[in-house]
Design a protein around this ligand. Structure first.
Ligand SMILES: NC(=O)c1ccc[n+]([C@@H]2O[C@H](COP(=O)([O-])OP(=O)(O)OC[C@H]3O[C@@H](n4cnc5c(N)ncnc54)[C@H](OP(=O)(O)O)[C@@H]3O)[C@@H](O)[C@H]2O)c1
Length: 275
């Protein structure tokens, strides 16, 4: 983390903010350099009691105290929150703005905050809530490399990060990483159902599937081999796995995934038009 730490304010103290702040403080970020604002009291009190960060009900107060502002409210509230900050916060253009709201393009923030605003869009995914996230990051032209490095460090507190170069790539990233946990849950549930249909009780079936998914993901992360090679390594010729893989390939799993991802990308593009 930077030394001295940047003063960073989170606007909205919901699930994502709770996870990011938790990750930051656990990894040594100074709690006195962290601020959070939220309308209701409970979430702020939780943040203060767990991590001793500075809290307020006033967005403008925490934004004025900070040099980096993380916008972590629901997308439909973003226009109002930004316009208020634009009016009330002094030297807003000197501050780095990080937004985690889904579906709002960088260009739209130029409307909300002015063309000089330094804005980074971050698309974290739900596993960030358990420190295993995958975040896509996109900066506008006003953001420096030093700022980008800082944003990378913040989101590494809740998982892995990847910079993309345009909004189209972020839509694709979102269709894979943002929606991806749902695809894996769907597949895992189908395997659980198969095990139950063949006689396992649901609890045991779930444990088998969960641990197998975790083991496969860990092997993939630890290995330099291509995913297809890893798959081949557990598929002996003429064996039972080969028979199962033949069934998946007959249904063209790759084609199904391509169609599913294309549908999600299309929907991301449609939703961006709402803002
Ligand atoms: N959770 C995820 O996995 C995930 C993944 C990717 C992106 N995101 C994005 O991250 C953002 C936050 O998500 P979340 O899951 O943390 O949502 P959340 O738990 O609903 O948190 C949003 C927070 O914003 C607060 N809020 C409402 N109006 C506000 C205002 N005017 N000023 C300041 N704070 C205000 C809410 O407070 P009250 O409860 O008191 O109303 C709530 O605590 C969203 O834009 C979402 O699209 C989330």
């Amino acid at each position: 983390m930077t030394n001295p730490p940047r003063q960073i304010a989170f606007i909205g103290a919901g699930n994502m903010t709770q996870s990011i702040i938790g990750g930051m403080v656990k990894n040594g970020y100074s709690a006195s350099a962290i601020y959070a604002s939220n309308p209701s009291a409970g979430k702020l009190e939780l943040l203060q009691s767990r991590w001793q960060v500075n809290i307020s009900h006033d967005n403008n107060e925490v934004a004025n105290a900070a040099d980096t502002i993380v916008l972590a409210v629901k997308p439909q509230l973003m226009a109002e929150v930004c316009r208020d900050l634009h009016k009330q916060v002094t030297n807003l253009n000197d501050k780095l703005i990080i937004t985690i709201a889904a579906g709002i393009r960088l260009e739209t923030y130029a409307d909300y905050l002015g063309r000089q605003a330094r804005v980074v869009r971050v698309m974290p995914n739900t596993p960030s809530l358990v420190g295993k996230g995958m975040s896509g990051l996109l900066a506008n032209a006003n953001v420096s490399i030093t700022d980008q490095d800082f944003v990378t460090t913040i989101f590494q507190q809740v998982g892995e990060t990847l910079w993309v170069s345009n909004e189209e790539q972020l839509d694709i990233f979102t269709a894979i990483a943002g929606s991806g946990p749902a695809y894996f849950f769907e597949f895992m549930a189908s395997l659980q159902q198969a095990a139950v249909a063949l006689g396992f009780n649901p609890e045991h079936a779930r444990r088998i599937v969960e641990q197998t998914a975790l083991g496969a993901a860990t092997m993939a992360i630890d290995s330099d081999l291509e995913l297809t090679e890893l798959r081949q390594q557990v598929t002996s010729k003429g064996g039972s796995t080969a028979k199962a893989i033949e069934v998946y390939q007959a249904s063209d799993l790759a084609q199904i995934s391509a169609k599913a991802v294309a549908a999600a990308v299309h929907r991301n593009q449609e939703m961006a038009k709402l803002f």
